[in-house]
Design a binder for this molecule. Structure first.
Ligand SMILES: Cc1ncc(COP(=O)(O)O)c(C=O)c1O
Ligand SMILES: C[C@@H](O)[C@H](N)C(=O)O
Length: 382
């Protein structure tokens, strides 16, 4: 049943599902967790979590990491040998767009950021049209890894396309990584198991701290030898965790207790997506899972006006993306709709034209110390 009453501090949080919080059961479990040193692979709860997720993914090994960024970056580095080399991904891919340039520093890799020709997800044709073969041309950095993301912007990548890409990569000696931060959401919506998604990839990074509600952590799965190498890069970059048991135990409970709640978040998102479309607000992409993206080219809402309306209606938002999770409350969902409608109605009279690179995570939000302004203060310069 959806949470009508307010159960969680983050019930009105729509900036991201990274704001989900540990449940009481997770917090209580810490009292009895193991306290071994996980750098020496001696923490029982960490080993148990890694074994559980490796089994779920039907992969040889798994590695508990403090973040999805670390999990992605050490996986991609472990696939690579020495430059010149290149990674191909979606131009929106987190590994390229939001991991602080890690591909340049840790992997010294060139990146081919590809805009999907269908506007939604990468196809094999998109990859082939942008792939640089390792054919001895000394002008080029050859493509050694393709990094996909599923879901990407909440969009579910069809498994038939994943299969085509996987087959081609294996035929062409290209490694295939999946940023599966929200693969849980894809699985919850399609019914395709985590293992049936993972079988197409050499490595998969699964986040535990977002849609599932764990306080910290991601898990990287893959072949034992690759995971051991990734662990080397994990330690090199300060990712070794001593008594990780308390984090691993909470993450394990998150998988057991919250995976089944993801569909509710998707229903929240779909409700708001339909509300937006019914009121003239165009979506930037389909609402497949737990994200609603408004098209900023057509819905010219002023971020400051949105922040002012959000503050008034006690919801937290940022940018043109609205994230949903199982800890949202129904009252907050209704307050979000009110917020969007008020800000949109203002934009019809005062359209806001943004300039510069899309900074999805840098917009004014309720939590920032920005000065809250009234809609009247923001009229488009004639
Ligand atoms: C698709 C995707 N991959 C990876 C990450 C990185 O995860 P973390 O914030 O734990 O580094 C995020 C951010 O939350 C993400 O949205
Ligand atoms: C902020 C960004 O890194 C995060 N992955 C999110 O989706 O909110």
């Amino acid at each position: 049943m959806p949470a009508a009453e307010i159960q969680y501090e983050c019930h009105n949080e729509f900036r991201s599902d990274t704001f989900t919080v540990p449940t009481p059961a997770m917090i209580a479990s810490v009292a009895t967790c193991s306290v071994g040193d996980s750098v020496y692979k001696e923490d029982k709860d960490t080993l148990a979590l890694e074994a559980k997720i490796a089994n779920m993914a039907q992969k040889e090994a798994a590695l508990f990491c403090v973040s999805g960024t670390l999990s992605n970056q050490i996986a991609l580095r472990a696939h690579l040998n020495q430059p010149p080399h290149r990674i191909l991904c979606d131009f929106r891919g987190h590994v390229y767009a939001h991991e602080a340039g890690g591909l340049a520093t840790l992997s010294q890799a060139m990146v081919t950021p590809v805009i999907p020709s269908n506007g939604t997800y990468l196809t094999l044709e998109d990859i082939i049209d942008n792939y640089i073969p390792d054919d001895g041309d000394i002008h080029m950095a050859p493509t050694k890894v393709v990094s996909l993301e599923n879901t990407i912007h909440g969009i579910i990548m069809p498994i038939e396309e994943i299969e085509r890409i996987s087959y081609w990569c294996r035929e062409n000696n290209v490694k295939l990584h999946l940023d599966g931060a929200r693969l849980w959401n894809a699985s919850a919506e399609t019914g395709v198991s985590i293992a049936d998604y993972c079988k197409y990839f050499d490595t998969v990074s699964l986040c535990l701290s977002k849609t599932l509600g764990a306080p910290i952590g991601s898990i990287l799965v893959g072949e034992k030898r690759l995971i051991e190498k990734a662990n080397h890069f994990k330690k090199q970059n300060g990712g070794g965790i001593r008594q990780a048991g308390m984090l691993a135990r909470m993450a394990s409970i998150a998988v057991d207790e919250n995976f089944s709640k993801l569909h509710q978040a998707h229903l929240y998102a779909l409700d708001v997506a339909k509300f937006c479309e019914a009121n003239g607000m165009t979506l930037e992409c389909p609402c497949d899972t737990n994200f609603v993206f408004l098209d900023p080219k057509k819905v010219k809402i002023n971020p400051s006006v949105l922040a002012a309306c959000a503050k008034k209606n006690d919801v937290k938002v940022m940018g043109n993306r609205f994230a949903f999770h199982f800890q949202n409350s129904l009252v907050a969902i209704e307050n979000l709709k009110k917020t969007l409608l008020e800000a949109y109605q203002d934009s019809l009279a005062n359209p806001y034209v943004s300039r510069g690179a899309v900074r999805l995570y840098r917009s004014v939000s309720q939590s920032s110390e920005s000065t809250v302004v009234s809609p009247e203060d923001h009229k488009e310069k004639k």
